[in-house]
Design a protein around this ligand. Sequence first.
Ligand SMILES: Nc1ncnc2c1ncn2[C@@H]1O[C@H](COP(=O)(O)OP(=O)(O)OP(=O)(O)O)[C@@H](O)[C@H]1O
Ligand SMILES: [Mg+2]
Length: 279
Amino acid sequence: MALIADTGRQGGGRASAASDPEPLLALRHISKHFRTSRQDTLALDDVTLKVRPREFICIVGPSGCGKSTLLNIAAGIDTDYQGEAVFEGAPIRGMAQQRAVVFQEPALFPWLNVRDNVEFGLKLRGVPKEQRREIVDRQLALVNLSRFDRAYIHELSGGMKQRAQLARGLAVEPHVLLMDEPFAALDAQTRDDLQLELQSVWARIGTTVLFVTHNVREAVILGDRVVVMSPSPGRIKKIIDIPLERPRTPDDHAVADLAAAVRYELQNVGAEPEPRYAI
Ligand SMILES: Nc1ncnc2c1ncn2[C@@H]1O[C@H](COP(=O)(O)OP(=O)(O)OP(=O)(O)O)[C@@H](O)[C@H]1O
Ligand SMILES: [Mg+2]
């Protein structure tokens, strides 16, 4: 039976309510306007979301509800908003290596091979060569790409590009991974495979993840909590706990039940949001 919680404190994942740690990332009362000469769009309206250390949060919502806008604010790509975005106790003022971003379209350098792409951020950081090689080897093994380390980006499939992008993001040991529909452009089979791989990577390295997706089942497979947003203006309508054991697969009955609960919330996103969505 689906467990739906307004407070999100029942927590199904490792970041349980028992420890109730300080949030790693706190987005408090975030409102965002996009003003152009033609219109003023309220993209986010008083959004509050607290992400605990090691938590995997998935965000779902209709197109245009402000998911990417929220992720960009968390990343520090967008700093022009009302409210407060705090990461590890300090206001977010710009991009930082502790917050790695993975986009739908892999942002890899086509003139570098896979190894050099993954190594790129480490070089910028001044990590010594020998140490860089070890880290890159480890990350490529983690995402099953070791055999393709010398391949150029155009020689990779879509799934392999996303693996490479994930390895590059992980190489700099970010404290949070911000992922914006990273699997959206992949075929169903590759997507299933990468969902399993991401679960395994996450279980091993235990990083915190904020993951945007349109795919409800994917959100339930991956998340400790699923945040359902409503559009125009973007608000958090409901936060649903996913207290299921891992690894999870698309065929699990419990996954299907909880996906139905999330879908129910999404189908009613036109309704007034709940007055309370504190977490
Ligand atoms: N640079 C911009 N200038 C003007 N309006 C923008 C800009 N970026 C986003 N918006 C508007 O803000 C709202 C939220 O956009 P956002 O991209 O965050 O939605 P989303 O939930 O990520 O949608 P999708 O699921 O389609 O990716 C939309 O109404 C969009 O038109
Ligand atoms: Mg988007």
